[in-house]
Design a protein around this ligand. Sequence first.
Ligand code: NAG
Ligand code: NAG
Length: 280
Amino acid sequence: MASKIVLVSAIILFVLNHALAENKTELAGYRSKGQLGKWHGVRAKINVWPINDVLYLSRSSAYIAVHNGAEQIAAGVHVYPEMYKDYNLRFFTYWTAGDGAKRGCYNLDCPGFVLADGTNLHPGNSLYPLSDIFLGMRYITLRIKKDENTGDWSLYREDKGGPIGGMTLVGWWPKTLFNGLVDSGNEIEWTGSVFYPSDETPPTMGSSLFPKMLEGGAAHFYDCYGFDTAGSIYKDDYQPYPVVTKPECYNVSLWYDTGSPGYKHFFYGGRCPDPEPPSV
Ligand SMILES: *[C@@H]1O[C@H](CO)[C@@H](O)[C@H](O)[C@H]1NC(C)=O
Ligand SMILES: *[C@@H]1O[C@H](CO)[C@@H](O)[C@H](O)[C@H]1NC(C)=O
């Protein structure tokens, strides 16, 4: 009897603790307003890594996004056990346009993102093979671009070829979902992110290696660029600014030229140092 009470109280305490634990989000990436603060898209070759230490209520992701105020469209990869009931690295899409019906969602969990016929990639798909320090780097290349005819925001996958200039149309976000994003984005980003309850160990971001490892195995965003309002690759100064919220755990490298005009890359990621053992 007594042990039952102890057990029940322990469960209640556990649930309460989790309910009360604050959720934290940490970011390590770059954002750009460009010179005009007007964007018609963003693109990157995203390095994909297995992330094996994401606890059940935590998440780890890497994505590109277009913003206009509170409105946002994004696509990338994440490990999100609470949503998928597994620890796979999965492709995701996301949008939000404010509150209420415009709150948006991941993938196809609410009306909004429209899946294209014949796409070789569905929101929520697991990705494999993934990068391996010994076997080499793997990527998924994603492009969010405003369709200059319809005004909708299209999402393309580039790394598996396809009928549209070597790309496949995955789907689109209709412009009718948005107010500000009807015209253009005012900011674009390439970002690694982790989410965790403050009572869980924060997960790894990227490959777990710090960006100073560079080609030594740190995760990276390669061939990053934005699209200007003519739909062309933006070649001017991106004036990128790093968004790094916990640099002792997750950081970014400098913003490098890739070689082609307008193409950029950087390394990102890391993990939190092991806590100091308690002193006796
Ligand atoms: C933390 O996030 C979880 C979803 O993962 C949610 O159920 C919970 O309510 C959040 N906690 C707080 C304090 O916001
Ligand atoms: C984060 O990276 C920058 C270079 O990109 C470096 O100057 C800084 O010292 C790093 N911060 C930490 C805490 O490692």
